[in-house]
Design a binder for this molecule. Sequence first.
Ligand code: AMP
Ligand code: ZN
Length: 136
Amino acid sequence: MLGKFSSGAINRATTEFSILTQMDSCLFCRIANHEVPSDILYEDDSIMAFRDISPQAPVHFLVIPKKHIDNIMEIEESDKELLGNMLFHAQKIAKTEGCEEKGARFVLNCKTDGGQTVNHLHLHVLGKRMLYWPPG
Ligand code: AMP
Ligand code: ZN
């Protein structure tokens, strides 16, 4: 039966199936699709920003790409504009949230050593309190 299909078609179908499965099970994909409610600060076709559910500072929001990317190690050359859009809106929202004068922290946690707990790329922005360095 499979003989009717080229290996390219089978690979494409397999990839599409695994992307669909991922979107179903990934919390931030579900937030991006409005299947899980969030306190949205900004969204466009490619990104969304929403408040962190467990804020670690008076201002704490996340900026995510709407398409699923596991973490910063997985980005590709074609994602450069997407990443620029995330950073641009992160700083715009940080300013709107009153962080321009004193600044804020812009953080990308990656995998186990980076302390990443949700495996969908997200940029944290924390502000309105003094944060220390080095992190724990
Ligand atoms: P990280 O540890 O870098 O992977 O960060 C994941 C962040 O997602 C944490 O700061 C969580 O508080 C936050 N988070 C988890 N679930 C939700 C949710 N449903 N809405 C908003 N933020 C969330
Ligand atoms: Zn996802």
